[in-house]
Design a protein around this ligand. Structure first.
Ligand code: SF4
Length: 338
């Protein structure tokens, strides 16, 4: 699914995004370095997957891009325009109409006292997408049909508890589509669903990418579903993006030792979607006390002295993919990998 983006402007770009969270009091508290220097581009009709264990910082990136968290440093560009300096309700509303979010828990993200029609109508009204009651009804039917909730009358007046998990997530996607977005930030959108319906939701999002040209940032802990759905994969560890590559290349030839470890935890990604959370040896380090070196060093079988001294820079490999690991700097170590 790899696509050529040369000379195209990304619809959304993160440039050197960082986020610190302060914990505790003024004198006793610490700083959680949740994200450090994250940069990537998202194009229309393209899916970028952000993969990593819990606590790696992927949801914080999504929340910064959704403008739910203010970045500590860095910038976000939407169609080439810097957005963080655009303040005020109107600017935020305009941005959020174009960059929508789908959350992990479809039940928690839908108001239990309102019918499915209300959830989808609300953004149509907020973003002025319909000028009359009839237009509102027509758009509602169109959106339900787009997410394959048909016949529409069967679903439109249901409450969230009367719908299955997959149907609720389709409503959440229809709600995001109501704003007519260019980008959807999908934060673990299938991880709380039964395995049997995950594929249907991924296929629905794939159809929206292809037919509507929507760009997706797909956050997941599951490399197999990232491979299935994404064009490009970014791997996160302890707040850093440590590897980027087209999805197929990353799966068939992982470079970073952490990516290799993640893949080793998936018995055979060619057999289908893995269903459980990743269980890996060792733990993500305490983000309040990261030293200056590579945060993966305590778990890395290739760690060298230099790894504890400074975080490696980004090394671009021959085919445009990149990795942050000393094994690939200065011709160091393909030999050490064997
Ligand atoms: Fe391992 Fe060093 Fe590479 Fe970090 S920089 S992943 S510790 S070899």
């Amino acid at each position: 699914m790899s696509r050529n983006h040369q000379n195209r402007q990304p619809v959304l770009e993160a440039r050197d995004l960082s986020k610190d969270f302060h914990t505790g009091g003024a004198f006793t508290g610490g700083v959680v370095k949740a994200v450090q220097g994250a940069s990537f581009k998202l194009f229309r009709g393209h899916v970028v997957a952000l993969v990593g264990e819990s606590g790696s910082g992927k949801s914080t990136i999504v929340r910064m891009l959704a403008r739910l968290h203010e970045p500590t440093a860095g910038e976000i560009f939407y169609n080439g325009e810097a957005v963080l300096s655009q303040r005020g309700r109107r600017a935020l509303l305009r941005y959020r109409s174009q960059v929508q979010m789908v959350f992990q828990d479809p039940f928690g993200s839908l108001n239990p006292v309102h019918r499915a029609s209300h959830a989808v109508q609300r953004p149509l009204k907020i973003y002025n997408k319909a000028n009359s009651r009839q237009e509102l009804r027509d758009k509602l039917e169109e959106l339900f049909a787009m997410v394959s909730l048909t016949p529409v009358d069967e679903f439109i007046e249901k409450y969230p508890h009367q719908l299955s998990g997959g149907q609720r997530q389709r409503i959440a996607i229809a709600r995001a589509l109501a704003a007519d977005p260019e980008v959807i930030l999908a934060d673990e959108p299938v991880s709380m669903l039964d395995v049997s319906i995950r594929l249907g939701i991924l296929n629905l999002m794939g159809r929206l990418r292809d037919e509507q040209g929507i760009g997706f940032l797909y956050v997941t802990h599951d490399l197999a579903s990232a491979r299935y759905f994404a064009d490009e994969i970014l791997v996160m560890y302890a707040g850093f993006i440590v590897e980027q590559a087209p999805a197929e290349e990353l799966i068939s030839d992982p470079k970073h030792p952490y990516t290799q470890m993640l893949l080793a935890a998936v018995p055979d990604p060619t057999r289908g979607l893995k269903t459980e959370n990743i269980e890996l040896e060792g733990e993500i380090p305490d983000l309040t006390s990261l030293g200056g070196g590579c945060p993966f060093a305590p778990r890395c079988q290739h760690a060298m002295d230099i790894c504890n001294e400074a975080m490696p820079a980004q090394t671009t490999l021959e085919d445009g993919r990149w990795v942050r690991c000393y094994l690939y700097e200065d011709e160091l170590a393909p030999a050490q990998m064997n």
